[in-house]
Design a protein around this ligand. Structure first.
Ligand code: DNO
Ligand code: MN
Length: 361
């Protein structure tokens, strides 16, 4: 069957990109979606899911992949209240199953989702991309939060919403007892409750890699390299406990070899994110076009590893650059139309050629 191509879309009225535009990108069959108005811990109701189904139906897109159903902090911290939130998560899984959802992407990062210092950094050819400047990362999360709020063009990005930032002290206090080992335990507890339901519903849980893949502000991060991926898969050794293997997140650390991880665990990767990253000597990195030589992630080798592994899961271009008039005010950082569409054609180019070579063997 081969890889199944997806495109992340933020929903009617919430994304400037139209489904009719996505329809024109060759080979896209899945819309990667979410109910973005939902707070972590809330149950996703059937009527709300049905709305998305209704929007996708005229275009023939499936809704097989959700990114993300976010995990409530109490589950990550391991508070007694976690059981109630896990019960809600299970109800959401059951509701999603009624609509044929196959994969749920989520992450287990404390407090923050991905972190960058510049959302529209010039790449040098007139386009811009997400950028991480090591020197601009403040040790103090409050300073960091105010830097972010002042430099993100009035945008909020997941985990860094002003309402959450206002409660930063409380959140950090709550996470104080959560060591890295404790966080692993809490992740295990969460997944073990979910697995029987995932089997019943035929839905895979696919954890996203931590981005960037190292501890920040003294908060532990788990999914950071090959060793931690091994540990994660062995910890809950179940075919429904899977990865969202994000090439760019992992490769922010140049030591990580993403193609190796694909070769090792292809059958446990439910969802592949293809993102290219370029490194600079002082620890800075920029996101780049998907073309192999524009970054250091090894995109050709990664796609080849998926192909060799007989990958038939879901894949999507991850963050792209902002091109051809896309910029602050008209595009979600990293989620423009054009560069992701170019990335898809690049992936198909590699994939189709590998198919052809196999057929000629
Ligand atoms: C993905 C990023 C993240 C991701 C979440 C998954 O590449 O854009 O925001 O969606 O971490 O939970
Ligand atoms: Mn990703």
């Amino acid at each position: 069957m081969g890889m199944q191509m997806g495109f992340r879309w933020y929903g009617e009225g919430n994304d400037s990109i139209k489904l009719s535009d996505i329809k024109q990108i060759p080979g896209v069959t899945s819309i990667v979606w979410a109910l973005h108005n939902k707070m972590p811990g809330e149950v996703w109701q059937e009527e709300e899911i049905a709305e998305v189904q209704k929007a996708l139906a005229p275009y023939g897109f499936n809704m097989d992949v959700v990114e993300s159903v976010n995990v409530h902090d109490d589950i990550k911290i391991g508070l007694p209240s976690r059981d109630g939130y896990i019960a809600n998560y299970i109800q959401t899984i059951r509701n999603l199953a009624k609509f044929g959802v196959k994969v749920i992407c989520y992450n287990f990062m404390p407090v923050f989702d991905w972190t960058r210092t510049d959302l529209f950094h010039p790449v040098g050819d007139g386009s811009t991309a997400l950028y991480y400047e090591a020197d601009k990362i403040h040790d103090d999360p409050k300073e960091m939060a105010s830097y972010i709020l002042n430099n993100m063009h009035g945008l909020t990005f997941p985990g860094w919403e002003p309402e959450r930032m206002a409660k930063l002290d409380e959140l950090f206090e709550a996470y104080r007892p959560v060591t890295k080992e404790k966080l692993w335990e809490n992740l295990k507890y969460f997944l073990e409750q979910l697995m029987p339901v995932c089997h019943e519903c035929d839905i895979k849980m696919a954890i996203h890699m931590d981005d960037p893949p190292w501890d920040i502000f003294g908060l532990p991060r788990l999914l950071v390299d090959a060793e931690s991926v091994d540990r994660f898969l062995a910890m809950v050794d179940d075919p429904y406990n899977c990865l969202t293997l994000c090439s760019g997140s992992l490769n922010a650390n140049p030591e990580n070899n993403v193609a190796d991880i694909v070769r090792r665990h292809c059958d446990r990767i439910a969802f592949a994110h293809i993102r290219n990253v370029k490194h600079f000597p002082n620890g800075d990195f920029s996101e780049a076009s998907h073309r192999d030589c524009d970054g250091d992630t090894g995109i050709v080798e990664i796609i080849k590893a998926y192909h060799d592994g007989g990958f038939d899961g879901y894949i999507r271009p991850d963050h792209g650059r902002h091109l051809w008039g896309e910029g602050p005010g008209n595009v979600r950082p990293g989620y423009g139309l054009y560069d992701r569409a170019l990335g898809i054609m690049y992936m198909w180019g590699i994939w189709d050629m590998l198919d052809r070579l196999d057929a000629a063997k």
